[in-house]
Design a protein around this ligand. Structure first.
Ligand code: HEC
Ligand code: HEC
Length: 490
């Protein structure tokens, strides 16, 4: 070998090593940029409930900045200004609504819904009172179908392209790096189009339903979407199962009760795990420790007392207590905090309760069987308690005042209405108010801008049932007012 050749080979060796080092550095930089997978976390249990992650952003998470600019890309697709117009609640100084968590994942911040989005809302005690945020109550104002349709329409719109979206992000974010500007966010736009198309394809049944309005979701048809069921081939009667968001306090005392509106599951843990699917947390991605913290909190969380916001007439309530004990307690528990009672946590057959059957029929033996396979690889967590039932559950009534509108489909605006025979209940009323009506016990249901017109004639919205002597609708008016006064203590 000549001297020259040997020298050039040394050069090429140096070059080679330099290249290797460069690649290693790049790989390290990429790893530092793209590998971290950590949620924004909160020590306080209520903050964790409101903003903490269940792991689901890794699955369905919106890139943070796409979430932030979406309302600006398609402003006319929203009923008003920003996400608040869909009923999302924003606390002062927060950039994300209650019920949304954030995680660093794949090199960007991603956000998605958590439990609180459906299980937290506000109450105003007078038109100019400050809204009081109540964790654990039904999200009365959240229009989830409106939200799903907004995301679907905007992401499929001509304007949702990197050329239109990325400059908006750059403007909002202030300092978008070159990599973000030219690679990460353009790619995120396409990935989001793809992700949303997949999800909305599975949830396509919503386009065959009337608007749910705020505070409601079709729980178990959405669950069917997980299994990609062919909605086109399902019988008509199982296709409308719209239900009101429930309250989720006092879960420890509810262990063993048949709950969910139709009483299809008697284990708190399984109800929580199945709910987690709604937050994107599938068996592979779910953060069990984070769910356990929520479980611990809802085990003993209690509703705020009506009496702290409005007066209660103690004498009249005492009279109502006796009526309640004689008429209602066996099914709904001894009081708002003592849930003992012969039939509490059991199911009243549909023929007897006579409420709308849509939600009941939407849950099928086939779905129960499919749910049994969700955690098949995890014997400890595998769902064993989902059952097809034939009626609706006799549930405890804790925090009753905050659970309006009433019944599983939210078809009766106030407790006063529920104590009337169905023919005398309001056939049309307005949902989505957080202004409270302490007299009739419920939210103010008169027409007002921004509220949703709820029509009980639409399939799934029927307001019949829970009628007759056993349900208090034949009591005298004086007795009804007394019973109502007592129910304010729940
Ligand atoms: C998309 C809205 C939504 C999200 C998100 C959601 N839930 Fe729910 N949750 C509901 C609805 C609706 C029901 C009633 C289901 C039915 O019977 O139709 C329910 C029922 C429940 C129940 C049973 C209540 C009862 O007394 O019957 C519990 C407990 C619960 N959810 C906990 C959770 C937890 C924990 C999370 C987060 C992991 C969560 N939910 C996320 C909407 C939601
Ligand atoms: C035989 C058992 C039974 C009796 C007795 C009974 N209920 Fe109910 N109640 C139910 C069932 C079942 C439901 C759920 C029906 C549905 O949502 O379709 C219900 C629902 C309710 C709700 C709605 C809860 C919510 O969160 O929307 C209220 C309020 C209520 N009952 C109050 C009463 C009162 C007050 C009495 C006594 C005057 C009474 N019930 C008697 C079985 C009973």
């Amino acid at each position: 070998m000549s001297r020259d050749a040997a020298a050039s080979c040394t050069t090429c060796r140096i070059l080679l090593w330099a290249l290797v080092a460069l690649f290693a550095l790049l790989a390290l930089a990429a790893a530092i940029r793209f590998l971290p997978d950590r949620p924004v976390s909160y020590n306080d249990p209520v903050e964790h409930f409101k903003y903490g992650s269940t792991g689901g952003e890794r699955n369905m998470g919106f890139p943070y900045w796409l979430w932030q600019v979406l309302p600006e890309v398609c402003p006319e697709m929203l009923p008003g200004k920003g996400y608040a117009s869909l009923g999302f609640t924003f606390e002062q100084g927060r950039d994300l609504p209650v019920g949304m968590s954030q995680r660093r994942h794949l090199g960007i911040d991603r956000v998605f819904l958590n439990c609180a989005v459906c299980h937290t809302a506000t109450v105003r005690t007078s038109p100019d009172a400050k809204p009081m945020l109540v964790a654990g109550m039904p999200a009365n104002q959240l229009d989830l179908m409106g939200f799903q349709k907004f995301v679907e329409a905007c992401v499929n719109d001509r304007r949702f392209t990197p050329a239109q979206v990325v400059p908006r992000i750059a403007e909002k974010a202030g300092n978008l790096g070159l990599l973000d500007k030219h690679v990460v966010y353009p790619l995120a736009v396409f990935l989001m189009k793809d992700g949303v198309a997949g999800l909305t394809g599975r949830l396509r049944f919503i386009h065959t339903q009337a608007d749910w309005g705020p505070g409601r979701v079709d729980t178990f048809n959405s669950a069917k979407a997980i299994f990609g069921v062919p909605f086109e081939h399902l019988p008509q009667e199982e296709l409308v199962g719209v239900s009101d968001f429930p309250a989720i306090w006092n879960q420890a005392k509810k262990q063993g009760m048949q709950l969910h509106w139709d009483g299809n599951n008697s284990r708190v843990e399984e109800r929580n795990l199945s709910a987690a699917f709604g937050t994107g947390a599938t068996p592979k991605l779910i953060d069990h420790a984070a769910i356990a913290r929520i479980e611990t909190w809802i085990a003993t969380a209690t509703p705020p007392a009506f009496g702290k916001s409005f007066p209660i007439d103690a004498t009249r309530a005492a009279r109502g207590k006796a009526i309640y004990a004689a008429t209602c307690a066996a099914c709904h528990g001894a009081s708002g905090s003592d849930f003992s009672g012969k039939y509490v946590g059991k199911v009243t057959p549909i023929a007897e309760i006579g409420t709308d059957r849509g939600r009941l029929d939407s849950y099928t033996p086939q779905l129960a069987q499919n749910q049994g396979m969700l955690y098949a690889a995890d014997p400890e967590r595998r769902f064993r308690h989902f059952r097809k039932t034939f009626g609706y559950a006799n549930a405890p009534l804790d925090g009753l005042w905050l659970r309006a509108p009433y019944l599983h489909n939210g078809s009766v605006p106030t407790l006063w209405d529920l104590l009337q025979p169905a023919a005398q209940r309001q056939k049309v009323f307005w949902r989505g108010n957080d202004l409270y009506d302490p007299q009739h016990v419920g939210f103010v249901a008169a027409e007002a801008p921004g509220l949703f017109r709820f029509d009980t004639a639409i399939p799934g919205n029927g307001n019949t049932g829970h009628e007759g002597a056993a349900y208090g609708t034949t009591l005298s008016d004086a007795d009804k007012w007394a019973l109502l006064e007592y129910l304010k203590t729940f």
